[in-house]
Design a protein around this ligand. Structure first.
Ligand code: S3P
Length: 166
């Protein structure tokens, strides 16, 4: 069994995913870390040098690889649902897909010191997160088996809530 976590940047996919993996005795993989390992550089630098579409091509390849593996907890990047091919891949995988929901206000608060996410640099983060939410929330709902509101709930509680529903 594998679990795929989707949601906006800052929704807690990696931190909650690590805890879920521990609870369920599964291996945890962060798709962004895997992309950076394959690229040999950070996503931020890759975006600067080659642009977003090149990053999305690598992301698509890594999503396909991870969807094919059993017994994993995968934290996807927030934009992994943008391409129809990725959504189809995630749905076809037969894995449990969980949407970690958060409001743009909560996300902006959590990410106020972030310097690593190219889509949030040099813009008003709250406005950008509202736009990302409007664009992506339907996609997260489309691929997910169920959603969990993160709010101010602790990582431990969220991980238990996820594990309980699998
Ligand atoms: C992105 C989110 C990031 C990372 C990249 C693009 C996005 O992942 O994949 O910077 O488009 O929302 P997180 O959701 O882990 O921040």
């Amino acid at each position: 069994m594998s679990v795929v976590l989707v949601g906006l940047p800052g929704s807690g996919k990696s931190t909650v995913g690590r805890h879920v993996a521990r609870l369920m005795n599964l291996q945890f993989v962060d798709a962004d870390t895997e992309i950076e390992r394959q690229l040999g550089t950070s996503i931020r630098v890759h975006f600067e040098q080659y642009g977003e579409q090149s990053f999305r091509d690598h992301e698509q390849q890594v999503i396909a690889e991870l969807c094919a593996r059993p017994d994993l907890v995968v934290a996807t990047g927030g934009g992994a649902v943008l391409r129809e091919a990725n959504r189809a891949q995630i749905k076809r995988s037969g894995h449990h897909v969980v949407y970690l929901r958060a409001t743009p206000d909560d996300l902006a608060r959590r990410l106020r010191h972030d310097t690593q996410r190219p889509l949030l640099q040099g813009v008003d983060p709250l406005k950008r997160l509202r736009d990302l939410f409007a664009e992506r929330d339907p996609f997260y709902r489309e691929v997910a088996d169920f959603g969990i509101d993160t709010g101010r709930t602790s990582v431990h509680t969220l991980a238990n809530l996820v594990a309980m529903q699998l």
